[in-house]
Ligand binder design. Structure first.
Ligand SMILES: [Zn+2]
Length: 400
């Protein structure tokens, strides 16, 4: 089967023929007095195409049709077509061929460099792409696009200092705020420093991250983790509590930490009253508390156990499997053991389904990811607040 690229090139060859190029006007000839070349070049190209030797046909095309003012747009169009079709090697070949022309105008050179940088990016050759984008970001009409691309490369390479620099330059040039993104870069640096036990640097970065607007709660969470890791339980608790007060979706991250600290300090009675107050203020957090408790196996604390029980009794899909409503009228001891069994099963189910989902693109994962790997947006994931029975059922059916 001839590939689409074959048709693409064949189309170009036919267009050239129609335009009279096949009569011997291929490229610039060094020897003006030489007789016009036969259209054998043209026939050779077509022959490659008929034999489906696309790369040879492309080489032939590039030799025949030299880059000049009349043909350069055709070369660019062909290059970007190849890239869009995922044939980056061919796109690279075409753009390198354009750049090789010595008397290229500055604007066309920038266009070719920008196209080549995008080819490299598409081919996953990040180092080469980075070099070209850095050059274009220094001053060309592709400055903004180059800085945007550099931001993406630095995010992938986790080079956060460089990402901050590119982001700040982009804010100046592009006139839009990247404060949230830059705050996340600073949190990345803080987390990396904390992982190296360099808590002084970690605190410095997180302070910067918290200084901008809009703030990310990640800064508060990172600060809380730093306090936890440096045995400053009092500050850690204060921060974790503030997080679940201000931004309930982070309950899934903060609650297990809070429970661990209170248990360590043997002060679960305090936790009891703090959580009761939270649930009274935000009754809708009940299911998230319950779900977090189920997933993280948090138990033995009455307020949390109550949440879990309520959650199980109110879960409509669960009711179809187990007659939970009857439990609430049975005797206390057998109810407790029946509920514990259901809870154990739920915990298993929950660990088999994704806990977080991106609100922009739907990408889901078990762990909270601050940057969505699919759409590359920051802080768009939210936790599931229900065990997704339909997903689990579908999973077990397809695996049967
Ligand atoms: Zn996404």
């Amino acid at each position: 089967m001839p590939t689409e690229s074959t048709f693409l090139l064949a189309g170009l060859f036919l267009l050239l023929a129609a335009a009279g190029w096949a009569m011997g006007r291929f490229g610039e000839r060094d020897d003006e007095d030489a007789p016009p070349p036969l259209n054998i070049d043209y026939l050779k190209g077509l022959n490659f195409l008929l034999n489906e030797q696309t790369d040879q046909a492309l080489e032939h095309f590039l030799r025949m049709v030299r880059v000049d003012d009349k043909t350069i747009e055709t070369h660019f169009a062909l290059g970007s077509l190849f890239r869009r079709r995922g044939e980056v090697d061919r796109a690279i070949r075409i753009h390198q061929n354009i750049i090789a022309r010595p008397d290229l105008a500055a604007e066309q050179r920038d266009q070719a460099l920008y196209s080549l940088a995008k080819d490299y990016l598409g081919a996953g050759l990040l180092d080469r792409a980075e070099k070209l984008f850095v050059r274009l970001a220094q001053g060309s009409r592709y400055q903004v696009q180059a800085l945007e691309a550099l931001g993406g490369i630095y995010e992938q390479e986790r080079e956060w200092e460089k990402a901050i620099d590119a982001g700040q330059r982009l804010e100046v040039l592009g006139g839009r705020s990247l404060a949230l993104q830059i705050a996340h870069y600073l949190c990345e640096l803080a987390e990396a420093a904390a992982a190296n036990n360099d808590y002084a640097s970690a605190r410095k970065y997180v302070k910067k991250a918290q200084a901008g607007r809009p703030r990310t709660m990640r800064g508060a969470l990172t600060r809380a983790h730093i306090a936890r890791d440096t045995d400053d339980n009092k500050t850690a608790l204060k921060l974790y509590h503030r997080i679940i007060d201000e931004n309930t979706y982070l309950i899934a991250e903060a609650l297990p930490e809070i429970v661990a600290i209170y248990e360590r300090e043997d002060a679960t009675a305090e936790l009891e009253s703090a959580l009761r107050a939270l649930l009274k203020k935000n009754p809708e957090t009940n299911s998230l508390v319950a779900y977090t408790a189920i997933v993280n196996d948090l138990g033995g604390i009455p307020v949390i156990d109550d949440c879990v029980e309520q959650y199980m009794l109110n879960e409509p899909t669960l009711g179809e499997f187990v007659e939970l409503q009857q439990l609430s009228t049975g005797d206390k001891g057998s109810n407790a053991s029946a509920l514990a069994k259901v809870r154990g099963a739920l915990s298993k189910l929950a660990s088999a389904t994704p806990r977080y989902q991106c609100q922009e693109c739907g990408f889901s994962s078990q762990r909270l990811l601050w940057q969505c790997p699919s759409c590359r947006n920051w802080e768009t994931q939210r936790p599931a607040s229900r065990v997704q029975f339909d997903t689990v059922l579908q999973h077990s059916i397809t695996n049967r």
